[in-house]
Design a protein around this ligand. Structure first.
Ligand code: BGC
Length: 715
């Protein structure tokens, strides 16, 4: 065993336990061995005076400095020179004994030092604990100091809120109140720019009232003459159904991006059964030189539908067609009456006759303008020898009005059918006496009413009252029909997304604001930088679908996570910051709100035109609406009501009487109902339909096909 080991081992307990504290004053021991001997003749610099045992913090500190310097640090100190121990004599005796037993000097010097440090540490700790007890907030300040170090990997979190109520009663796994979006702490240039743009889409109560006055003026102008911006087209539909109508009808719907074929069974008790198939219209058929391919495509879809859903009927027809020489082979009831919902402006001349005034919603086939669209479709149907007669030409708004009236609760008949979808338009019941322009052709005069297709998408093409931001101007300039459908371009789903896109492109290009771009990851709450993919449709015309606006407005999650996901999916915008998504939300909301308030102008003006509010009755004034915007854009209907209440002559009480209800499938059910009306008119007509079909078949056998633009039926 070495001397070192021997000296450090703790042997008998009595030897190791500290001796009793000696309170006698400290003095250098006269018989101290070399190590402890103080030579007064040594230079003062080499003399170190031992401090008395620590009684205060400063004296403890001095003592600590003294011993540590003496033992380890100070090269000027001669290890042979020592001073009196700060510890009682008995302790010194013990040390001396160890020294004489050849214990290494370092041990002898350090033992008293360690004991002192213990005392010092305990005192210090007590002081710290006392300080913490009284200064609780200081803890957080300390943690901030340390975590704010640039290389610190610890992210400091804000202090937790202390709830007064420490007991959590009935904990909820999910929040029961909708989360509120965080407001940015400071107004960044992005926030300021967003506010500036949002203000441009403000449409005040005064604007709404001015809009209503002008709308009424243009409505009545359209009832007086042709060629006005609001066409006010008589539809030859002179009444609305009451829910008791029965029968099986076919309907087709061309009006937007899809073509729908349906068969509708009206059950006569306000209910119906509907079977349909839907197909996207190929882009090359929407913009083409001639319409023949488009109508041939539609006829083919009808054939396909009959084969799939009405096979028996279709097969029977083929068999009868083969016995065409026998007049009995044809039976009127074997022919499907088809309601053709064609949702573009058409000048009607009869219930199943009408020439196209212009294309809208991105369609552009110049050769069809001015032609009878029913005849165009009938010609292609006949070429396929289908048992179908185009019995009624229907605008989707007229279909919506009919469908709402058939299904609506109570006895109230519906006043207005409106679409707020890809396009916008309305059809309402007008008194025939108010229609001062001539209405040629057959119609039932007994009701005194006629449904008018307003074609309000073209309200105020001259921009007398419509709002006109730089974004509206740009959108119109780049559209296929500049200067036309100006109301629709501010209200309908096809255009709202494009307005938002133009705003965003402007903001992204602005070097002074950080939309979808970050200086560095610290300005993005996802600790990343935003990136717009090179193929992003944000930079392409029509590249932002209006449905994204609905998602943005509806997303009240704290992180806007649904919107972020969609921005990534649809626009290739990765890691958008909270400020980005907030700006997107606010712009979408402003553009949508303006659209809703403009929609209220059209609805409110039509209600005032009907005079129903001045009738002494508390019956609701029923309006049927359809379309993606009114169905999916959050609070679209509520925003309409808010604006209706601000209209002079309506007010809050009038707004309460107006009942706006969704009328789905107007283009199917409504078209079937009008085909039913048309069938009734045929029976009353001078020549029955059976004869017409016979004549038609005879013509075909003789190889004389009807020419485009002529109808194949008699009225
Ligand atoms: C058309 C209307 C149609 C509306 C809704 C407009 O573009 O001109 O005829 O009713 O869209 O589909």
């Amino acid at each position: 065993m070495s001397d070192w080991e021997d000296a450090t081992r703790c042997t008998p307990a009595a030897e190791c336990s500290p001796p009793p504290l000696n309170t006698a004053p400290l003095a250098a021991s006269p018989d101290a061995p070399d190590l402890y001997h103080v030579d007064p003749t040594n230079s003062p610099a080499k003399l170190a005076v031992a401090p008395s045992p620590p009684t205060t913090l400063s004296s403890a500190f001095k003592a600590w400095r003294f011993f540590s310097a003496r033992a380890d640090d100070d090269p000027d100190l001669d290890p042979s020179i020592t001073t009196a121990s700060p510890f009682p004599a008995a302790v010194d005796d013990h040390h001396r004994r160890q020294k004489t037993q050849k214990t290494p000097s370092i041990v002898a010097v350090h033992r008293p030092t360690l004991t002192f440090i213990h005392v010092f540490s305990v005192t210090f700790l007590i002081l710290v604990l006392v300080a913490q007890l009284f200064l609780t907030d200081v803890k957080f300040q300390y943690s901030r100091i340390f975590t704010s170090h640039p290389f610190s990997r610890t992210v400091s979190s804000p202090p937790a809120f202390v709830l007064d109520d420490s007991v959590c009663e009935s904990p909820q796994p999910f929040p029961t109140a909708p989360p509120v979006s965080r407001a940015p702490a400071m107004e960044s240039p992005l926030v300021q720019e967003t506010k500036r743009i949002v203000a441009q889409f403000d449409y005040t109560g005064t604007d709404v009232n001015n809009g209503v006055k002008e709308f009424l003026r243009q409505m009545n102008e359209g009832l007086q003459k042709d060629g006005t911006s609001m066409s006010q087209i008589p539809t030859y539909v002179t009444g609305v159904p009451n829910g008791t109508e029965k029968g099986l009808y076919l309907a087709v719907d061309l009006g937007g991006t899809n073509f729908r074929v349906c068969s509708i069974h009206l059950n006569g008790d306000t209910t119906f059964n509907l079977t349909y198939s839907k197909v996207a219209i190929p882009k090359e058929l929407m913009v083409a030189k001639t319409a023949q391919e488009l109508f041939a495509f539609l006829a083919k879809q009808i054939e396909q539908f009959l084969k799939t859903h009405h096979e028996d009927h279709f097969e029977a027809h083929i068999r009868r067609r083969n016995t065409i020489s026998t007049p009995d082979g044809f039976r009127d009831e074997h022919i499907f009456r088809l309601g053709f919902t064609f949702s573009f402006p058409v000048q009607q001349f009869g219930i199943n006759k009408g020439t196209l005034i212009r294309w809208t919603k991105g369609f552009d086939i110049p050769d069809a303008v001015g032609k009878d669209v029913c005849a165009l479709l009938q010609q292609e149907i006949d070429l396929l020898h289908l048992p179908v007669k185009v019995a009624a030409l229907v605008n989707d708004t007229v279909g919506t009005l009919m469908a709402r009236s058939y299904t609506s609760p109570g006895k109230t008949s519906t006043l207005l059918g409106a679409i707020f979808g890809t396009g916008t338009n309305g059809a309402y019941v007008e008194k025939v006496v108010n229609i001062q322009k001539s209405v040629d052709g057959e119609y039932d005069k007994s009701t005194g009413d006629m449904v008018i297709n307003t074609e309000w998408g073209s309200f105020d093409n001259q921009l007398n009252v419509l709002p006109n931001t730089s974004y509206d101007i740009e959108l119109d300039k780049k559209s296929v029909n500049p200067g036309i459908q100006m109301f629709e371009k501010r209200v309908s789903g096809m255009f709202l997304g494009e307005i938002v896109r133009l705003v965003l492109v402007d903001m992204v290009k602005n070097p002074n604001i950080a939309l979808f771009k970050d200086d560095n990851s610290s300005t993005n709450d996802w600790r990343s930088t935003t990136n717009i993919g090179s193929g992003s449709s944000l930079h392409k015309q029509w590249g932002l679908d209006s449905s994204l606006m609905s998602i943005a407005v509806a997303d009240n999650t704290p992180e806007h996570s649904t919107l972020r996901m969609q921005l990534e999916k649809e626009l290739q915008v990765d890691s958008a910051s909270f400020e980005d998504t907030q700006a997107f939300k606010e712009i979408s909301y402003a553009v949508g709100r303006r659209a809703a308030r403009l929609a209220a102008v059209a609805l409110g003006a039509t209600v005032l035109q009907s005079g129903k509010l001045s009738e002494a009755s508390d019956e609701p004034i029923d309006i049927g609406v359809d379309g993606s915007l009114v169905e999916h854009y959050p609070f679209f209907r509520d925003m309409i009501y808010e604006a209706l209440a601000a209209i002079d002559g309506i007010g809050p009480a009038g707004a309460q009487r107006i009942r706006i209800g969704i009328a789905k499938d107007g283009s199917g059910v409504g078209a079937a109902l009008i085909a039913l009306v048309a069938a009734g008119m045929e029976k009353k007509g001078p020549v029955d339909y059976l004869n017409a079909v016979r004549n038609n078949a005879a013509q075909k056998l003789a190889g004389v096909l009807p020419t485009v633009g002529e109808t194949t039926t008699l009225s």
